[in-house]
Design a protein around this ligand. Structure first.
Ligand SMILES: C[S@@+](CC[C@H](N)C(=O)[O-])C[C@H]1O[C@@H](n2cnc3c(N)ncnc32)[C@H](O)[C@@H]1O
Length: 207
């Protein structure tokens, strides 16, 4: 968070907002295309699947997921009102049911064991309490449901001090994420080859 003229403002990647946020959203979507494609490959969505995306941004991945799940549901949570507005408009009329919510991922407003898959791309670094957030993801997954976690690479960044997730400020962020996934109750944790400079991890809720 940055304080300007007595107003608290968040960096754009953490909370896209205003005119700059619209532009940032377009750039982010363009830059993250390969991650959306990798996520789809890993999820292999089926027509009746229920899928949650944490930190959905402009909703590009949600649209692809919705088109693959005409008899299922896509849901999402993001604290940015601008991202909610953009993603909701894009998703309108696509696929099966939708449920997009404004909020943070450490308290998911869905009942337990609802989703076949949960995806979280490039937002791990914004979770102030990553274990609580991963436990929430675990709670809403069905048994043997899969989480796809894609992490922006911060390991060589000079300034990580502003990131809310203490483990994203750590030089071994990805290894820490694996440990946190175990702590949150996940099994079958796999580190996949990077997509660009992003780290890719999948994990499952035990059966
Ligand atoms: C860098 S963007 C990535 C967006 C999209 N997942 C992508 O890869 O293109 C991070 C997104 O996470 C959202 N976000 C930030 N903190 C969050 C939190 N605590 N819970 C859920 N989403 C969060 C932001 O509003 C933003 O839309």
């Amino acid at each position: 968070m940055i304080a300007m003229n007595n107003r608290i403002t968040h960096p754009q990647p953490m909370h896209p907002h205003g005119v700059t946020g619209r532009l940032f959203g377009r750039l982010m979507e363009w830059g993250n295309r390969a991650s959306y494609d990798r996520c789809l490959e890993l999820l292999q969505p089926q027509p009746t699947d229920t899928i949650l995306e944490i930190g959905f941004g402009t909703g590009r991945l949600l649209c692809d997921l919705a088109e693959s799940t005409p008899l299922g549901m896509v849901a999402g949570i993001d604290p940015s009102a601008l991202m909610l507005e953009i993603a909701s408009k894009r998703l309108n009329g696509k696929g099966g049911m939708h449920d997009l919510q404004l909020g943070k991922a450490d308290r998911l407003p869905w009942q337990s064991s609802m989703f076949d898959h949960v995806a979280a791309l490039h937002c791990f670094q914004f979770w102030a309490d990553p274990v609580a957030t991963l436990m929430e993801a675990n709670r809403v997954l069905k048994r043997e449901g899969q989480l796809v976690l894609i992490l922006r690479d911060h390991e060589n960044n000079r300034d990580r001090s502003w990131l809310p997730n203490p483990w994203s400020r750590h030089p071994q962020e990805t290894a820490a994420a694996v440990t946190l996934l175990q702590r949150a109750g996940f099994t079958s944790i796999i580190r996949h080859p990077n997509v660009g400079s992003s780290h890719v991890i999948t994990a499952r809720k035990p059966g």
